[in-house]
Design a protein around this ligand. Structure first.
Ligand code: GLC
Length: 563
C-alpha cells in the first residue's frame, strides 16, 4: 500500500476571517490580515487554510448568507486581494480551502429578489415556496435558530423555507437550472486555483418529498424535524453529479458538514467507492454535553469520558480503510475546547496540550480552529448586547420571552454560544490584543494579556510550541496518519488511551482528562523498557513502585514501541 494522499497527510487550520486579523482599522478582520499572518501559519506547520465565507453578504449570519458567490465582501477586500492571497499562499506551499454554502443564499441574492417577485418568475422555483394551510405555516418544522422554518412573504402571499435564519432562504435542488448555475460557480472557483471546499450544511440540500410535517405527539407549534431534511438519498446523487461534472479533474480536498449521522451512514459520503466527499464533519461528539442534538445543544448535561471515547472510537474503526475522518474539537460554531473538555483555569496550558495530542494522533485529517493553538477560552459577556451571533440572540429573545430567568439563559449562552469561538484572535498584549487598531466588531476576551501569540512565542513550554512539535511529529511518523487505531480501557472514566499501528510501527497515546492523578497499568506488550517517550506535556514521568504509570493532571504522553 502506498501512503501518499495529500489531503490525508495535511493539517488544516480554520480561519474565521472577521476575527482573525484586521489590517485597516475598521475593527473587522480582512484578507490583508490573513496575508500578513502567512508566516505565522507556515511556522505552525499547517498545510491548508480553510477560510470561512468571504463572499459578498449582508452578514446576518456572518457570511453564511451569501449575496454574490462571485465577489468578495468589501470589508474583507477585493477579488484582487484574494488572488494575491492565493498566489502567496501557494508560493509558500499552503493550500486554500473555501467555505461554500450550497444549501441556501442570502435573501438579498439576485435570484431571491427575482424569485419572490412573482409566482411565475422563472426563478420562483430556485427556492422552496408553499402556500399556507388554513392560515398556518405549511408544516411544523423547527428552524435551527428557533421558530418555524417558514416565512410568510406578503408580496405573493406564500411562504418560503429557511432552515437557518429568515435571511437564508433554502435553495431548491430539484430545480435543474439552479443546480447548473451552482455547478458552474464551483467550477469558477476551481479554475481560479482554490484547493478545496468545505460544503456548509450540505446534509440538508435535499428535503423529504412533499415536505411532510414531523411526528408531533404534543401538538407543539414547531418540532425538530432533522430526519426530514438531513442526509437523504438525493444529497448523494447531487454530490455524485458534482464530482463527475466538476470536481474530478481538479481533485480538490472536500469536506462536508453533515450533522445527524453515524459512521456507517457517513460511509455513503466518504466511502472510497462513493465518488462524493473526502471527509465529513460529524457531530456526535459535539452533543456529549447536550440533552439532545440540534437545538437541544442549549440544554446542558455533564459529559462523560467513556461516552466520548465510544463515539470517537466508533468513527475511527468504522472508517478505517473504508473512508477517512475529519477530526475536530472546536470550530466557529462550538465553544472553546479547553473550556469544554479541558480546564481553562489552573491547568489551561496543560489541558490544551493534552487535547491537542488527542486531535493530532487520531486517524483522519486534523482541523485546528484559530486560537486553539494558544488555548483561547470561552467568554462570558454579562450583557446580551455584547453578543453578536444571531443564533445566540434568537435563543435569548425566545427564552426570555417565555419567562425563563435571565441568569439561567445567560448560563446556557456562556456555555454554548457560538460567540465563544468568535472573539478576536489574541495576537499580543497591546490594546484589543493586537487584532485591530480600531474598535473590534465584537469584544476581545479580557484574558488577552495572559493568553496571546506573542507570549506563547516567547515561552518554550507554551501550547503553541507544543502544537508545532506535534504537527512535525505527525508528519515524521506515518503511523500517526495511517495507523490502525485501537482503544484501550474503554470504561476508564479518566484516561483516554489508544494505540496506533502501521506495519512494524506502534505508538501508544495516553491522555489524562482529569485534574487528579489516575494510575494506569502498562497495556499488553508494553513496559518501562520498550516504551520510548516521543512527546509529553509534562517534563517528568512518575511511575509507581509497581511499574504502573502514575499520570499527572491532564498529562498527555505518546510512546513509541522500541523493538
Ligand atoms: C453551518 C455553519 C454555521 C452557519 C450555518 C448556516 O452550520 O457552520 O456557522 O450558521 O451553517 O449556514
Amino acid at each position: 500500500m502506498v501512503y501518499i494522499v495529500w489531503w490525508k497527510e495535511s493539517v488544516v487550520y480554520q480561519i474565521y476571517p472577521n476575527s482573525f486579523k484586521d489590517s485597516d482599522g475598521d475593527g473587522q478582520g480582512d484578507l490583508q490580515g490573513i496575508y500578513d499572518k502567512l508566516d505565522y501559519l507556515t511556522g505552525l506547520g499547517v498545510d491548508v487554510i480553510w477560510i470561512c465565507p468571504i463572499y459578498d453578504s449582508p452578514g446576518h449570519d456572518n457570511g453564511y448568507d451569501i449575496r454574490d458567490y462571485y465577489s468578495i465582501l468589501r470589508k474583507y477586500g477585493t477579488m484582487e486581494d484574494f488572488d494575491r492571497l492565493l498566489a502567496e499562499a501557494h508560493k509558500r506551499g499552503l493550500k486554500i480551502m473555501m467555505d461554500l454554502v450550497l444549501n441556501h443564499t442570502s435573501d438579498e441574492h439576485a435570484w431571491f429578489a427575482e424569485s419572490r417577485s412573482s409566482q411565475v418568475n422563472p426563478k420562483r422555483d430556485y427556492y422552496i415556496w408553499r402556500s399556507g394551510k388554513n392560515g398556518q405555516v405549511p408544516n411544523n418544522w423547527e428552524s435551527y435558530f428557533g421558530g418555524s422554518v417558514w416565512k410568510h412573504d406578503p408580496e405573493t402571499n406564500e411562504y418560503y423555507l429557511h432552515l437557518y435564519t429568515e435571511h437564508q432562504p433554502d435553495l431548491n435542488w430539484n430545480n435543474a437550472q439552479m443546480a447548473e448555475e451552482m455547478y458552474e460557480m464551483v467550477h469558477w472557483w476551481l479554475q481560479k486555483g482554490v484547493d478545496g471546499f468545505r460544503f456548509d450544511a450540505v446534509a440538508h440540500i435535499a428535503k423529504a418529498e412533499g415536505l411532510p410535517s414531523a411526528h408531533n405527539p404534543d401538538n407543539l407549534p414547531v418540532v425538530p424535524a432533522y430526519q426530514l431534511f438531513s442526509n437523504l438519498e438525493q444529497v448523494h446523487s447531487i454530490l455524485n453529479k458534482l464530482n463527475d461534472m466538476i470536481l474530478k479533474p481538479y481533485g480538490p480536498m472536500t469536506v462536508g458538514e453533515t450533522s445527524g449521522l453515524g459512521p456507517e451512514q457517513a460511509l455513503a459520503y466518504v466511502g472510497t467507492d462513493r465518488n462524493e466527499l473526502n471527509m465529513v464533519f460529524q457531530f456526535e461528539h459535539m452533543f456529549v454535553d447536550a440533552q439532545s442534538s440540534g437545538i437541544g445543544k442549549w440544554n446542558h448535561r455533564d459529559w462523560k469520558l467513556p461516552e466520548l471515547k465510544e463515539i470517537m472510537s466508533r468513527w475511527q474503526t468504522v472508517l478505517h480503510d473504508r473512508g477517512w475522518n475529519a477530526n475536530y474539537m472546536g470550530n466557529h460554531d462550538q465553544p472553546r475546547p479547553v473550556s469544554r473538555f479541558g480546564n481553562d483555569g489552573k491547568y489551561r496550558v496543560r489541558s490544551a496540550q493534552m487535547l491537542a495530542t488527542w486531535m493530532l494522533t487520531l486517524e483522519g485529517t486534523p482541523y485546528i480552529y484559530q486560537g486553539e493553538e494558544i488555548g483561547m477560552t470561552n467568554v462570558a459577556f454579562l450583557d446580551i448586547e455584547d453578543y453578536r451571533d444571531i443564533e445566540t440572540m434568537n435563543y435569548y429573545r425566545q427564552h426570555i420571552g417565555q419567562g425563563r430567568a435571565k441568569h439561567e439563559v445567560m448560563q446556557a449562552i456562556w456555555r454554548k454560544s457560538r460567540d465563544n469561538a468568535r472573539t478576536p484572535m489574541q495576537w499580543d498584549d497591546t490594546k484589543h490584543a493586537g487584532f485591530t487598531d480600531g474598535e473590534p466588531w465584537i469584544q476581545v476576551n479580557e484574558n488577552y494579556p495572559e493568553i496571546n501569540v506573542a507570549d506563547a512565542e516567547r515561552d518554550p513550554q507554551s501550547i503553541l510550541h507544543y502544537y508545532r512539535k506535534l504537527i512535525a511529529l505527525r508528519k515524521q511518523h506515518k503511523v500517526l496518519i495511517y495507523g490502525a487505531y485501537e482503544l484501550l480501557l474503554p470504561d476508564d472514566p479518566d484516561i483516554y488511551a489508544y494505540t496506533r499501528t502501521l506495519d512494524e510501527e506502534q505508538m501508544l497515546v495516553i491522555l489524562n482528562f482529569r485534574e487528579h492523578e489516575p494510575e494506569m497499568q502498562w497495556p499488553e506488550g508494553w513496559n518501562d523498557e520498550n516504551a520510548k517517550t516521543v512527546i509529553s506535556n509534562v517534563s517528568r514521568r512518575y511511575s509507581t513502585d509497581k511499574g504502573a504509570i502514575l499520570l499527572q493532571p491532564y498529562e498527555a504522553r505518546i510512546y513509541r514501541m522500541q523493538r
